[in-house]
Design a protein around this ligand. Structure first.
Ligand code: SF4
Length: 384
């Protein structure tokens, strides 16, 4: 099988998907491979093979951000991440001004491991905390305890990694008795530079979906989702965080640069199973499962499972949706679109949006209606 055509512009933002996890969390539908022992060298070889296949006629290129997501990239360990970064430098040039992020689970994070990551070039960690309630962590099938979250943050800092992001999940079933305000208080006490807060959604074919279908759990009502989302927005703003994307908060100057490239709609490259790439016109995606991705590479083929060329209308729709997700908002003057001034006025009066002459930004209350508002606005632009 010949490789799919190369994407037009070599991207400055690179994503590497590391699919391994110890077990599947109850809510997770990501492309993962549950392994007791991670085949680190085999995986690194396959990954480098893919990069060589796609970048074969390109010189070493400068990149601004490198993001190891998953899965659980921290399962590669100190040596594994160091080996991977060392080999990636044959294709990508980056120094400490680049943002190099590794997703880590708290139970993988020791001072020694974090020091090895830091020495190899990692300068930002995204730590999956999710909750400080032990009962909730067990229910989620997380492999760590609340204490381990606090120890992980201490270890990262002791190893010299100060740029830390932490994740929490809100809108859990009421039956768990989770105290959301207490979790927000405990995460603030760790003084992270960045926070990601995600509302629980029940994805098909997850343990959660089975529990719901058997009526073993009941999803939180919309009112609980709204209450917790707005309470976090208020508390975090009062503590100096900027709510700059629907699910993301940052201290001034600490926005996630890699993820911001997705929201800014600029080019990025993704490697590894299920990874997507985008060159501002065309999107391509890899085989989702580790076994299929590895098999295609071992057979000398391309792990690309599909691609699409986006029309101008597709691009405009994506730009509007992505703009509405962020506090930067949507530039209504580019390209020229008929604006239903009455509709936008109603959004402003309802407290869902603010606008100046050319820019529309959603408020936290507007983000609670993001999909509906984005659909209304893109329906307008598609009639331009
Ligand atoms: S650790 Fe992350 S990727 Fe792995 S199963 Fe849990 S949520 Fe999914």
């Amino acid at each position: 099988m010949s490789p799919s055509p190369p994407l037009a512009s070599p991207a400055k933002h690179v994503y590497v998907h590391v699919p391994f996890c110890r077990r599947r969390c109850s809510y997770c539908d990501f492309a993962i491979a549950v392994r007791r022992t991670v085949p680190v060298n085999e995986f690194i070889d396959s990954l480098l093979h893919e990069i060589a296949l796609r970048d074969s006629d390109q010189p070493v290129r400068d990149i601004d951000t490198l993001y190891f997501g998953g899965g659980t990239p921290s399962l590669l360990g100190g040596d594994g991440v160091a080996r991977l970064l060392d080999r990636l430098r044959a294709h990508f040039r980056f120094d400490d001004r680049a943002e190099v992020t590794l997703e880590a689970n708290p139970d993988d994070l020791t001072v020694e491991t974090a020091a090895a990551w830091r020495a190899a070039g990692v300068n930002r960690l995204s730590i999956g905390a999710q909750s400080f309630d032990e009962g909730v962590l067990t229910w989620m099938h997380r492999t760590h305890s609340a204490d381990q979250i606090e120890r992980a943050v201490t270890a990262a800092r002791a190893a010299g990694i100060e740029n830390l992001s932490l994740d929490l999940i809100f809108a859990l079933p009421a039956s768990l008795g989770r105290n959301w305000d207490e979790d927000v208080r405990r995460i603030l006490a760790l003084d992270p530079a960045h926070l990601s807060l995600y509302g629980l959604t029940v994805e098909p074919a997850t343990p959660l979906a089975r529990w719901r279908d058997r009526r073993l759990m009941h999803e939180a009502p919309d009112e609980a989702y709204e209450r917790e989302f707005l309470a976090a927005d208020e508390t975090l703003a009062a503590n100096g965080f900027e709510h700059y994307e629907v699910s993301n908060y940052a201290r001034p100057g600490s926005r996630a640069r890699h993820n911001s490239s997705y929201w800014r709609h600029v080019a990025y490259d993704g490697f590894g199973p299920s990874a997507h790439s985008f060159d501002t016109r065309r999107r391509r995606w890899n085989a989702r499962e580790l076994a299929e991705w590895s098999r295609r590479l071992a057979d000398g083929g391309d792990p690309c499972a599909g691609d699409e060329v986006l029309t101008q209308e597709n691009l405009d729709t994506e730009r509007i949706y992505l703009g509405l997700r962020t506090s930067d908002g949507v530039d209504l003057a580019q390209p020229a679109q008929p604006i239903d001034a009455g509709m936008l006025e109603r959004w402003v009066e309802s407290g869902w949006a603010v606008r100046d002459r050319t820019t529309l930004r959603l408020t936290a209350r507007g983000w609670l209606r993001l999909d509906t508002l984005a659909t209304d606005l893109t329906a307008l632009s598609s009639h331009s």
